[in-house]
Design a protein around this ligand. Structure first.
Ligand code: NDP
Length: 329
């Protein structure tokens, strides 16, 4: 594994982080979840990503249990707050009440005293940004959170947050957007804004939920057991990656395969290496339904892709990859 600084902060994160959206507490049983976490630790992954809302809070519990006994200082545990975790009017959003209560509940489920990076999972237009950042800064002063981050915020929202973070002396270190060869909407505005503020990108769905692994073939039924077919995964897959499950995109993805072979990589490794070529990316969060996927994927750490391979990928995906910054969020 290789490690990078999270933006301009002093925190080192592993180039690949393990995330547990859809998988832990839902698609995979707890033994498989433990095996994936063990495979990540064995490969040198130190950064783990979850959220209170994943699998209706079970994902945090499964991750906390899977990491039990691991020296706390040797890992970075990251989670998020915003989406509903209950049916009450205050069980959601970025109010002081929900942030404070949400953080305590996450700490309990994760069986830890502090969170390394605590993310605002989305922007909350119903709550003043001051209220949100004062709550975050209080959590930092209380030692419950070390760094804060945001997920799927626009460049403008990030700029406003960064100004408040400076005023409150809060280490705002991370942005967590979707980023892959197919979804490049952060390149135009979010990345330049974050670069100016010293905020690193910790990117999600770097393999477009499996589309870029090459296992979804044009005109073929989706493979059994894959996220597109799994009961727990299909609704999320349809909503976010369903747009790519068509012949035009899958054939283009197929044309990338020779470039992977020429680079001595598998398709999943090429997809991950591609996002890591961007120096503003601090870490790529991988998902895995089996430990073998973790073992295969981590080999993308530290890979340098040839400039011609990058150019060919751009050509193959031109007209298919999405760049529109207004699609952030
Ligand atoms: P990926 O794009 O890496 O997709 C992971 C899925 O692809 C796996 O679960 C597996 O699904 C398939 N896969 C992985 N490796 C291979 C392989 N080698 N060969 C074939 N198939 C493979 O990332 P995710 O979409 O899972 O997102 C990663 C993490 O990002 C999440 O766990 C979460 O922590 C974070 N995230 C954050 C969001 C946010 O709003 N902030 C939103 C979404 C995710 P299968 O085997 O079931 O087909």
């Amino acid at each position: 594994m290789k490690y990078r600084k999270l933006g301009k902060s002093g925190l080192s994160v592993s180039e690949m982080a393990l995330g547990n959206w859809i998988t832990h507490g839902a698609q995979v049983d707890d033994r498989t979840a433990q095996a994936c976490v063990n495979a990540a630790l064995d490969a040198g992954i130190t950064t783990f990503d979850t959220a209170d809302v994943y699998s209706e809070t079970r994902a945090e519990t499964v991750l906390g249990t899977s990491l039990k006994g691991i020296r706390r200082d040797s890992i970075e545990l990251c989670t998020k707050v915003f989406h509903p975790t209950g049916s009450g009017p205050n069980d959601r959003g970025l109010s002081r009440k929900h942030i404070m209560e949400g953080c305590d509940a996450s700490l309990r489920r994760l069986q830890t005293d502090y969170i390394d990076v605590y993310y605002a999972h989305r922007f909350d237009s119903d709550v003043s940004l001051e209220e949100t950042f004062i709550a975050f800064s209080d959590l930092v002063r209380q030692g419950k959170v070390l760094y804060i981050g945001v997920s799927e915020w626009t460049a403008e929202q990030i700029k406003r947050g960064a100004a408040l973070a400076r005023e409150l002396h809060v280490p705002f270190a991370a942005s967590q957007p979707q980023y892959s060869m197919l979804w490049r909407v952060i390149e135009g505005e979010v990345i330049p804004a974050c670069e100016r503020e010293g905020i690193g990108q910790v990117v999600w769905s770097p393999m477009a939920q499996g589309i870029l692994s090459g296992k979804y073939a044009p005109g073929e039924p989706v493979p059994e057991g894959s996220r597109a077919s799994a009961e727990a995964g299909a609704p999320f897959f349809d909503r976010l990656a369903g747009q790519w499950l068509n012949n035009e995109v899958l054939q283009a993805v197929g044309r990338i395969r020779p470039l992977a072979e020429e680079s001595g990589l598998t398709m999943p490794q090429l997809a991950l290496a591609w996002v890591l070529q961007n120096p503003q990316v601090s870490s790529a969060i991988i998902g895995a339904s089996r430990p073998e996927q973790v073992q295969e994927n981590v080999k993308a750490a530290g890979v340098r892709l040839d400039a011609e391979v990058m150019r060919q990928i751009d050509l193959i995906l031109s007209g298919i990859a999405e760049f529109d910054p207004s699609k952030t969020g």
